[in-house]
Design a protein around this ligand. Structure first.
Ligand code: FO1
Length: 308
């Protein structure tokens, strides 16, 4: 069933993108705006890579591989192999078709086009019907200070070094909102925080000027990125321990956001410690597109106070 609503959803990579895919199927065309983390972005092989924007774009275009979640289904890696042979760094696996996106984006950015305009063009070309916005056009970047005393740009920390234990997350760079970001939040009936990492996916969006204040005016529904005491994907379980001294649980993530979150969606039986918010227990693992849609529908009903 489609609902006559406007939804703004803050998203990192795979988990957030899958929820966006479900939300898109519950709303009339154009009513969903994804506001996407750019803290993960990097320069690699002289190209501008935006992993979370691309994951969202490919997922909404039905191009993302269902199991891995990032990159393009059926991808080949001939360019990576050739680059390796030429002595280029090979720790970040850029696929052949994915490269076309980075080439187009990098060329447009070099011409002076802002990232938001480049992203809109790429989404148009791939027939994405929702609005996909980078949180900012500025080079706002996440750096990770590790417990063993290193400071690493996000992807070097996550992919090259395999996520060593964390002492602190640092955001660096200017943080002006991209065009239409604040407007999308102001016009939204519901704001959604995807099941993304709060420290390195959602926080870099909330750190953009005006975003946190705009969210405060709305019902905010968070989908827990923790299921069964584990992060659905990525290093969040260790980060909750390292940065908050908390065991991985939905309540630890909600406490990180504090009063900003009014509604929470958790896996069935995992509502412990979630006081002072409206909680929906549901099946939250989005292993198929249909599961994403069912979850999105339940989430919207929950946010609107509809009894199910
Ligand atoms: N993740 C990996 O674990 N290894 C990779 O080599 C890798 C390459 C990559 C290329 C393009 C892209 O859009 C994403 C890629 N990712 C890779 C995923 C990415 O590092 C993270 O999952 C996200 O940045 C976190 O949201």
């Amino acid at each position: 069933m489609t609902r006559d609503l406007r939804v703004a959803a803050l998203s990192g990579g795979v988990g957030g993108a899958r929820l966006l895919h479900g939300l898109e199927r519950c709303l009339p065309p154009g009513r969903l705006t994804a506001i996407v983390n750019v803290g993960d972005d990097l320069e690699h092989w002289g190209l501008s890579i935006c992993p979370d924007l691309d994951t969202v774009m490919y997922t909404l275009a039905d191009l993302a591989p269902v199991a891995r979640g990032w990159g393009i289904e059926g991808e080949t890696f001939h360019a990576l192999e050739a680059m390796r042979r030429l002595g280029a760094p090979d720790w970040f696996a850029l696929g052949d078709r994915d490269l076309a996106t980075h080439l187009r984006r990098s060329e447009a950015l070099r011409r002076g086009e802002p990232l938001s305009a480049v992203t809109a063009g790429l989404c148009r070309a791939l027939d994405v019907r929702s609005n996909v916005l980078p949180a900012t056009d500025d080079p706002l970047r996440t750096h990770v200070e590790t417990r063993d005393g290193r400071t690493l740009p996000f992807q070097e920390w996550l992919v090259r070094e395999q996520a060593p234990r964390v002492a602190r997350i640092r955001l660096e760079g200017p943080r002006r909102p991209a065009p239409r970001v604040l407007e999308a939040l102001e016009r939204a009936d519901v704001v959604v925080f995807g099941p993304s990492n709060p420290y390195v996916s959602i926080d870099p969006i909330l750190a953009v000027d005006g975003v946190r204040d705009a969210c405060r005016q709305k019902p905010v529904v968070m989908v827990s990125p923790i299921v069964g005491g584990q992060a659905v994907k990525g290093p969040l379980a260790d980060m909750l321990q390292d940065l908050a001294g908390r065991a991985p649980a939905p309540a630890a993530v909600r406490d990180h956001y504090g009063a900003l979150v009014s509604h929470v969606v958790v896996e069935r039986g995992e509502a412990a410690g979630l006081d002072g918010v409206r909680v929906l227990e549901a099946e939250t693992l989005m292993t198929t597109r249909e599961r994403s849609r069912v979850l999105a529908e339940a989430l919207l009903d929950h946010a609107l106070g509809n009894v199910r």
